[in-house]
Every structure is written in C-alpha cells, then in structure tokens.
Design a protein around this ligand. Structure first.
Ligand SMILES: Nc1ncnc2c1ncn2[C@@H]1O[C@H](COP(=O)(O)OP(=O)(O)OP(=O)(O)O)[C@@H](O)[C@H]1O
Ligand SMILES: [Mg+2]
Length: 299
C-alpha cells in the first residue's frame, strides 16, 4: 500500500485532470473510469498547508478501501481497484501514484452531501443552540456540546462550489434528487453509518459525523462513491478521551490545530510552514487511525 515519496500535487500529462480538491486530484482515465489520487496535502481551517504530511495520501486511500470492502454487504461502491499493479499501463508509468490511487467507475454524481450525525457538534450544535433542533429534527432539551444523539440523524447538504455546504431539509433534498433516490440515499447513509460507527467504536474511534456521496453507474445503480469514513470526510474522536460538554480534540488534526491556534496567524492563506514535529505528530495520528480501524500496519 505504501506510496513512493511525498506528493503535494500530481501532474499526469497523459491523463485529463478533471478536478483538484483540497487533498485529491481526480483524473479521467477513459469514458467509464476516473482515477482518484490522494496527495499528502493537509488542510486546516479550510486552508491548505504548505507542508505535506508524508504517507497521508496512502493512509487515506487505504482507509477508504478498507471501508468500501467492509461495507460491501450494505452498499455497492465505485471501486474497480486500489491495487496499483492492476491499473492500466498509463497509470503504472507514474510510480509516484502507487499506494495513493483508486481506480473507480465514473458515475453521475448526486449533487448533495449525505451527512449523518451521531453526535452534536459543528453546524448541528449551532443549529440546536439556536432552534432546539438539528436540520428540523427536534431534539430533547438540555443536550450539551458533543453529546451523543438519541439516534443518528440524516442531515443532507448541498455541495457548495465555494465555501461551506448549506444544510437542506428533506423536502428540498427530495426535490433535488427525486423522491425515490432520496429515500434510498437516506436509508443507505444511515445503514452505512450504523455499521461503521459501531465497529469503529469497538476499535477506539468515535465517528461523530460523516458525509457520503453517491452516484449512478452506467447500469443505473446507485452506488457509494468518493472517499468514505476517512478523517478528512468525518469527525473522528478518541473513545478514551471523549467527554461531552465541550469541544473534543480532533483525532487526526489535534496537534495541527493547536499549533496553528498558538500562532499569530489570521487563518487566511497563505498558511505558515509547519515544524517537523507537528508534521510527524500528525502523520502518527493518521497512522494510528489506520491501525486502529483496520488492525493492520501500513506496509
Ligand atoms: N465515482 C465517481 N464518479 C464521479 N465523480 C466522483 C466519483 N468519486 C468521486 N467523485 C467526485 O470527485 C470529486 C473529488 O473532489 P474532492 O473531494 O477531492 O474535492 P472537493 O470536494 O472539491 O473539495 P474538498 O477537498 O474540500 O473535499 C468530487 O467532486 C466527487 O463528487
Ligand atoms: Mg470532497
């Protein structure tokens, strides 16, 4: 699984770059397939850091691959292969992509983020403070920050091109994706969260909330796409230190955020270079998440 060298940005001249996110570079391989490449970029406070975290891309790729497989009895997914040696020659020609690449079925993406929340934090906590509800789901009074919710909530959002996604209610969600798909996306999202969060908890990680994306494949099937249940798409907390009533340290970005908060930096780009000890400590947290969840070492 290990990647070769540290990669901040990829440039594969022979493939068409279709998208560059904060962390991943997406290429079109042919009409049916995309290549998702997870780089070692890391972001905090919505800003990409100038210093990469070695192996982060490989770790994220391996965590998603683990979950796709683990969840394959709950939902089909877009993965064709994460085994670099099975990929087309034009990909294998770029050794720097090894370990950090996922060859996937290209789908027509539903333009929504399927968010599931098991705990009260982030925009859900803000909403609860203001309205006593989270995205219209009325909750008992007196819940504290980061409290476990009575049951996980499906709180979809639109995909904002720029800035933060906007929460939408289920009526608006059904209007965007259609009533049938809406019901399917909701039930698959809740089933995936339920199975994965129960397992993660038994391994020492609380998945406080997460977001899924779905697409329709060429046969018309709804399948799980993008990355799944990584620290980049979810809030991971440690079971050991969990304590409701205040914000929780982030499992993966705790040291990075604490370091950035200690600086006189206004959280606008450009972000400052990171000291080696912050990069190393952060890398260790990503590795720990991988080890805990999969029971494997990154080889
Ligand atoms: N199987 C697939 N078919 C089609 N599109 C896909 C598939 N899997 C993932 N995608 C798309 O690839 C893109 C990945 O983008 P990525 O998550 O790296 O960046 P982003 O969402 O723009 O920003 P951020 O870095 O904040 O997440 C998303 O637009 C996602 O919908
Ligand atoms: Mg994304």
């Amino acid at each position: 699984m290990s990647a070769s060298g540290t990669v901040s940005e990829t440039n594969i001249g022979t493939l068409q770059l279709v998208h560059r996110g904060k962390v991943r570079d997406v290429y079109a391989v042919d009409a049916q397939r995309f290549l998702l490449v997870a780089t070692d970029r890391i972001s905090a406070f919505d800003c990409i850091m100038p210093s990469p975290v070695p192996d982060k891309g490989a770790i994220l790729t391996a965590i998603s691959a683990f979950w796709f497989e683990f969840l394959s009895d709950v939902t089909p997914n877009h993965v064709i292969t994460t085994n670099f040696d099975e990929m087309p020659d034009e990909i294998r020609a770029h050794e720097e992509l090894r370990g950090r690449s996922t060859l996937v079925k290209k789908t027509t993406v539903f333009p929504v983020e399927c968010v599931v929340r098991g705990y009260l934090e982030g925009s859900g906590w803000k909403d609860y403070l203001a309205t006593g509800a989270v995205c219209g789901h009325v909750l008992p009074a007196g819940l504290t920050q980061c409290a476990k919710l009575p049951e996980p909530l499906f709180t979809p959002a639109t995909k904002a091109a720029e800035g933060h996604d906007e929460n939408i209610d289920e009526t608006e969600f059904a209007r965007i994706v259609g009533a049938d798909a809406a019901a399917r996306l909701k039930s698959i999202s809740l089933a995936v969260y339920s199975k994965a969060s129960e397992y993660a908890r038994s391994r020492g990680i609380i998945i406080a909330d997460t977001k899924f994306e779905f697409g329709t494949d060429s046969d018309g099937n709804i399948i799980l796409i993008d990355e799944v249940l990584t620290p980049d798409s979810s809030r991971f907390w440690s079971v050991e230190t969990y304590e409701p009533g205040h914000a929780q340290p982030s499992f993966d970005k705790q040291f990075l955020r604490e370091y950035l908060e200690s600086l006189d930096w206004n959280k606008q780009p450009p972000a400052p270079e990171l000291p080696a000890k912050i990069v190393d400590a952060t890398r260790e947290r990503y590795l720990a998440a991988y080890r805990l969840l999969t029971g494997r070492e990154l080889s």
